[in-house]
Design a protein around this ligand. Structure first.
Ligand code: SAH
Ligand code: SF4
Ligand code: F3S
Length: 471
């Protein structure tokens, strides 16, 4: 594999926009505007990629729909992180046979992390013959050219080069709303945690130049975006590949904080091995940085952490949390945990429960280990039964639910400044807001409040949500 980061030239992106213009001309000649449906799976990085696909599609003259039967172009932007995620994609992809039968000119595309896995693209080649175009994350910047070729030539295209990855600036972005925005600051991952597929499908760690990031943030702030999340698999190693004196994640946060505007800065994900006290100092002093840290610890036992290749111990992790709380006592803490890593005993799993009790996280994302083809962990002996893993998982969820409920209840009676971000799906309230720390609050109010900051008095709580009223 080529290990070097390629920077895609502005001329290349201009060439892609020429393909957009050619498709636009073709679409403009149709009796009705053609529609595209982009279905996104997985993490925020994929959400951000889908916004770029929509940006391109929009320049090509497509409108958007959420109905696969109405769509002229369907894109499944997929996730490979766990088997369950992959099964969902295969299930939905299989069902698209019917959509295409009713709509013969329909173009079906599969992209994202699954597309980059060899065994997946092989399977699509053999068994999902209604799929026209398969491209991996490395080929996303040249999507217009690929779609043009599908429109103008016969045959299917599989563009999934195995490369370290590139950085492309200047791809148009079509964001979902006017309140929250994702900004990728880096791509790929170098950590090779032994269970994880991401480094294989997303390539090596590569950072965008700070000037590009800052001009994007400035534009978002000027447009009135209120909640900006900086994205990367391991944001704490931002800048290491740039070789520019003084450019690291803590520095970048300070620069973003200095951008004028009334907005909050979030970031994810942080890796404990690279989180530093300097970062915590910067978080504490930057008024726009949200008082929230998502710091995945995965497992509480040092032998298991070593087998996972995580690069830190439980003691180091707990030390980070203590150092952070010293500076920001009311910080909201969330984390990711894997239960049932190959060889993890129930006794070792109980060390994870001890970390939960010691830290008392506000919320957790919990997963049962899922073997990923090609990763070292998939070859490790895994003697524990499914039932035992499920029982441990349940103990973890029960403990965390009790902790979450207590922490949420402590908000009742307080008045908090919250950003009203979306319409609520809660039956009793029409609006959702977020506290600065990222806690969800349901409340009732006029829809014109969307995108505004409001003071909410918290009146009730559950394990997952807070309930409030306008103060
Ligand atoms: N880069 C982030 C995580 C990205 S993946 C980090 O290192 O923190 C999000 C989460 O999915 C991980 O934190 C992990 O908890 C979970 N995960 C990753 N691979 C998994 C696997 N093979 N089985 C189960 N969970 C997994
Ligand atoms: Fe996967 Fe580890 Fe990289 Fe996170 S840091 S994406 S868990 S390899
Ligand atoms: Fe999934 Fe790829 Fe994100 S595997 S979690 S979509 S980086």
């Amino acid at each position: 594999m080529n290990q070097k980061t390629t920077r895609i030239s502005p001329e290349e992106i201009a060439r892609q926009k020429d393909f957009c213009a050619q498709i636009h001309a073709m679409n403009a000649a149709l009796p009705a505007q053609p529609l595209a449906y982009v279905d996104t799976y997985g993490c925020q990085q994929n959400e951000a990629d889908s916004e770029r696909l929509r940006g391109y599609l929009s320049e090509m003259g497509y409108g958007f729909t959420g109905d696969e039967n109405a769509a002229d172009v369907i894109i499944l932007n997929t996730c490979a992180i766990r088997e369950h995620a992959e099964q969902r994609v295969f299930g939905n992809l299989g069902a698209l046979v019917h959509a295409k039968r009713n709509h013969p000119g329909q173009i079906i595309c599969v992209c994202g992390c699954m597309a980059q896995e060899k065994h997946v693209s092989e399977r699509i080649k053999q068994s999902f013959r209604h799929v026209d175009l398969v491209f991996g994350p490395h080929a996303l910047w040249r999507f217009p050219e690929l779609l043009w070729r599908i429109h103008t030539r016969r045959g299917r295209i599989f563009d999934t080069p195995d490369e370290a990855g590139s950085i492309a600036e200047g791809i148009p972005v079509r964001r979902e709303g006017k309140v929250k925005a994702w900004v990728s600051i880096m791509y790929g991952c170098n950590n090779f945690c032994s269970y994880c597929i991401v480094p294989y499908v997303r390539g090596r760690e590569r950072s965008r130049q700070p000037e590009d990031i800052l001009s994007e943030v400035r534009a978002l702030a000027a447009e009135g975006y209120k909640d900006i999340t900086l994205l990367g698999q391991n944001v704490n190693s931002y800048g290491k590949d740039l070789g520019r004196e003084g450019v690291d994640f803590a520095w970048l946060l300070e620069q973003v904080n200095a951008v004028p505007g009334d907005f909050l800065i979030r970031f994810m994900t942080s890796h404990p091995k690279d989180a530093s006290e300097r970062l915590f100092d910067v978080m504490a002093k930057c008024e726009k940085v949200a008082p929230h840290l998502h710091l995945p610890f995965q497992a509480g036992n040092d032998r298991v952490l070593k087998a996972m290749n995580r690069g830190y111990t439980r003691e180091h992790y707990l030390g980070l949390i203590a150092a952070l709380r010293q500076r920001i006592p009311d910080i909201v803490l969330t984390s990711d945990i894997i239960v049932g890593f190959p060889g993890e005993t129930t006794e070792e799993f109980e060390d994870t429960l001890k970390v939960l009790e010691a830290v008392r996280f506000d919320a957790l994302f919990t997963f049962i280990y899922s073997p990923r083809e090609g990763t070292p962990a998939a070859k490790m002996p895994d003697p524990m039964s499914k039932e035992e893993k499920a029982a441990n998982f349940q103990r973890l969820v029960d403990l965390q639910n009790a902790i979450s409920a207590e922490k949420q209840a402590a908000y009742v009676g307080k008045t908090m400044r919250c950003l009203v971000d979306v319409l609520s799906d809660d039956p009793r309230h029409n609006l959702n807001a977020r506290t600065a720390g990222g806690r969800l609050v349901h409340f009732s109010g006029d829809e014109s409040l969307l995108g505004q900051y409001v003071d909410l008095k918290i009146t009730d709580s559950s394990t997952w949500a807070l309930f409030g009223e306008l103060a």
